[in-house]
Ligand binder design. Sequence first.
Ligand code: DGL
Length: 277
Amino acid sequence: MPSELSRPIGIFDSGVGGLTVLKALRERLPAEALVYLGDTARLPYGTKSAATVSHYAVQAARALVATGIKALVVADNTSSAHALETLRAEFPGLPVIGVIEPGATAAGHASARGRIVVIATESTVEAGIYPHAVLNSRPGARVTQRACPLFVAMVEEGMTDGPIAEMVARHYLDPLFAQAPEGEAGDCLLLGCTHFPALMPLLRRVVGNGVAIVDSATTTARAVDALLEHRGLARPPLCAGGVRYLATDAPDRFARVAAEFVPWHIGAGEVELIDLG
Ligand code: DGL
């Protein structure tokens, strides 16, 4: 196999949430080698300024580029919102794929009446990229954004359901769904943060069965697949894939919280500690 193809795909997130994207990539591209970097020392990105997020994203990408990656997946919505163009300029020739456009396209297709609610971190909401991306895929849609910062902390605490989690979810979402004025409720909930898929059963209960819930993991994996094929970078199907895990702090915590996101076991010993300094 030409060495260009055998190189890994790099994926980064501020923490473990991007493992939802890694999982979708493993399912879709089992022959590919993947390197996942969680910047756990500096999580959350979602409360930080655009400049800081871009700076962190470039540092994370540099560490992955140093491992010899053939493509970069920005599995962090906040970095995708603020840093995609900076990353493309910084690493010319390296395919860089974010999660916002794939998620927005999926929501545009899944929404019955074009009433789309995007939930995300504060920083992603402030960037205003999601409404723009959704309108590109679904002109005329009504897009409402809601920052849900407590959801990130809840998932990090392993509090993905139960009375407190439900109270928080209802606080954020009931005004846009169950208690929305007649005819105004959303018909599609777009999870614009990598942590939120871990709350899926709770979110389903809170918004009800009639609402489409969309996350960007599957659609991002499809976009990566198409891009590798297009650039002639895909590995032959029968290759053995694999995952290498990198974190900037607390590998044991990474491994523990990862259990909320992927069905396979990640041992703390499998997570390499790196410094992005
Ligand atoms: N990974 C972030 C995102 O998708 C959520 C966690 C954070 O705030 O760093 O926006």
